[in-house]
Unconditional design. Structure first.
Length: 440
């Protein structure tokens, strides 16, 4: 493989596998890799096997150390400056194997390096995870900072000396969602792996019982009973990945609700706390949102206000005037992730002016092109929504009042595309108005 091929392959790796490879290339031992990335031995072995396959090292079984050296030599010979590129953050992730839209590398963190609070949400969440058997539901359109809040909650749980696991369902391979019999063992094993406990799926899973009872038994006997800490907080991010798969969603969400109820009956479940985050812009029947999502405490994230945008800019160490801040808010409507992306771009690319960014934002060469294309594809999958959004755009362009059917308003709001003023639907930001005016 030549330099270009290796770099392309590196960028295409799923996030966790790429992180393992970075550690290997820096000569980290397995024990350090498992500790730093919070993965178990069997999970690390699986990542390494896949890396050998990714880079064409398949000549027989061979010793593990020999294949490892072959992998390191192949990459270092093709890209002698690979370590420097890794440290500089030059090797930005292009895609994930799940096919889901992923945040850029500068936004991917296992721990939040910066965070802007939206009071009183954070303090309420911190108080709730102290309560036995609590369930927190975080919902919002995409790019609204659900993952940020999830990470903050788990960091707070760590300060309480609770065990915590963050499981991103968008990282699961497509075939995992074929049946509950396949999904739930994967779910148990993924949590088990992050807790670095011995995998006992093969010994404890009884096919005669069914998937949900097996999953409950496994959590009780092999996870909760083995955790010495007073509480265990499980964070499930991007739960909306499950929504389209009704054969998975129905038993899985029923299971989560059952665990929530068990915490009020059985002591072992009282140490269990659950935090789930999901996007509201998946077009599915309303019943999935409302049931079984009608227990616990729900938080719907709002856009940033002016003072919060100023705080985000300040945390990045970027000097923007009040006029510049207002221009950014007008562009993306206070959307935290989209604001952060613009601020990071201005910070890391001094040659890019705010004026340039604003002019190019809605174009294919702009920093939001992937996000906008993703939204366009979702709209075009549902003709009635695309028609309704086009009506909203035309109304905003021509200063005409627009009223839609309640169902259309509800879904477009869930997608973060519109807001309502005096019963009139309007684009939620100038970015969407400009883009959809050209493409709908």
């Amino acid at each position: 493989m030549n330099r270009e091929q290796v770099i392309t392959k590196f960028k295409e790796l799923p996030l966790k596998r790429r992180m393992v490879l970075e550690k290997v290339l820096q000569n980290d031992l397995n024990e350090k890799i498992m500790c730093d990335l919070q993965i178990a031995d069997d999970a690390l072995s699986q990542h390494l096997r896949l890396l050998y396959k990714d880079f064409g090292i398949t000549n027989g079984m061979g010793e593990r150390s020999r294949k490892r050296h072959q992998l390191i030599n192949l990459i270092r010979n093709a890209v002698p400056d690979i370590i420097e590129l890794i440290k500089e953050g030059t090797l930005i992730v292009l895609k994930e194997s799940s096919g889901a839209e992923q945040p850029p590398l500068e936004e991917q963190t296992t721990k939040t390096s910066l965070y802007v609070e939206r009071p009183p949400i954070e303090q309420r969440c911190y108080d709730l995870i102290k309560q036995p058997g609590s369930l927190i539901r975080i919902k919002a359109p995409s790019k609204m900072g659900k993952t940020w809040l999830m990470q903050e909650i788990l960091q707070q749980a760590e300060s309480y000396n609770y065990r915590q696991v963050l499981l991103d369902l968008s990282q699961a391979n497509e075939d995992i969602f074929s049946t509950a019999d396949k999904f739930l063992p994967w779910f148990c094993n993924s949590v088990n792996s992050q807790l670095q406990l011995r995998n006992q799926i093969d010994y404890e899973w009884d096919e005669k019982l069914g998937s949900n009872p097996n999953c409950t038994n496994y959590f009780e006997k092999c996870l909760l009973a083995q955790i010495d800490h007073s509480a265990f907080v499980l964070g499930l991010d991007n739960v909306d990945r499950v929504f389209p798969y009704f054969q998975i969603a129905s038993p899985f969400f029923s299971l989560l609700r059952y665990w929530y109820e068990q915490a009020r009956i059985h002591k072992i479940w009282s140490k269990f706390r659950l935090v789930i985050a999901y996007s509201t812009d998946v077009y599915i029947p309303l019943e999935i949102y409302e049931s079984p999502f009608n227990v616990g405490t729900e938080f719907e994230l709002r856009p940033f206000e002016n003072t919060e945008v100023i705080e985000l800019v300040k945390q990045h160490g970027l000097a923007l005037s009040q006029t510049d801040v207002i221009a950014l808010i007008n562009l993306v409507g206070g959307n935290p992730r989209l604001l952060n992306k613009a601020i990071v771009e201005l910070k890391n690319s001094p040659q890019t002016t705010l004026e340039d960014l604003l002019k190019q934002a809605h174009t294919f060469s702009g920093i939001y092109s992937n996000h906008l294309l993703n939204l366009l594809e979702k709209l075009k999958q549902h003709t009635e929504l695309a028609t309704a959004m086009k009506k909203v755009i035309n109304g905003a362009t021509n200063s005409v009042s627009v009223q839609l059917e309640p169902k259309q308003v509800s879904q477009l709001k869930r997608m973060g595309l519109v807001h309502i003023e005096d019963n009139n639907a309007k684009p939620s930001c100038e970015l969407y108005r400009m883009y959809f005016q050209e493409h709908l």
